[in-house]
Write a protein that binds this ligand. Structure first.
Ligand code: UDP
Ligand code: MG
Length: 139
């Protein structure tokens, strides 16, 4: 069943470059409501667990190192058709292929350091949201 929630992280490159405000502005302007938000840092083990689905991929080690390299902002977002609409708002994984005006086109620096995470399904949105907001994800 479709839900109206998705989960995002503003990744270390975006936070380090000072893009938190600009990215949240775009998220709000696109009609998403911020349900929960936390600035935090992933340990190596946190990053391994969060991206466990990619553990067999060649970029897994680099991804884990990168995602634990500095502060991130984790948030649960609410909107009709949230998962799909947020994936459209952020653009393709590789910023070189991301559409004009998308968050990754504007702020990502590489396929690894691509500014934002967005859940790829309602099921994963719920799992990923509860990774950080076990108490608040049920709002
Ligand atoms: N990633 C990478 N190299 C790749 C593909 C992905 O470093 O060739 C990183 C990138 O940060 C991406 C994350 O791994 O956002 C998860 O990959 P996925 O295919 O799920 O892309 P997404 O759903 O984030 O667009
Ligand atoms: Mg993904």
């Amino acid at each position: 069943m479709a839900t109206n929630r998705t989960f995002t992280m503003l990744k270390p490159d975006a936070v380090e470059a000072g893009h938190i405000g600009a990215i949240l502005e775009k998220i709000n302007a696109a009609g998403f409501r911020i349900v929960a938000m936390q600035m935090t840092e992933l340990s190596i083990n946190d990053a391994k667990a969060f991206y466990a689905v990619h553990s067999e991929r060649p970029f897994y080690g680099e991804l884990v190192d990168y995602m634990s390299s500095g502060p991130i902002v984790a948030a649960i977002l609410e909107k009709d058709n949230a998962v799909e609409d947020f994936r459209t708002l952020i653009g393709a994984t590789n910023p070189a292929e991301a559409a004009e005006g998308t968050i990754r086109k504007l702020y990502a620096t590489s396929i690894a350091a691509n500014a934002v995470h967005g859940s790829d399904s309602d099921e994963n949105a719920a799992i990923e949201g509860s990774f950080y907001f076990s108490d608040r994800a049920k709002f």
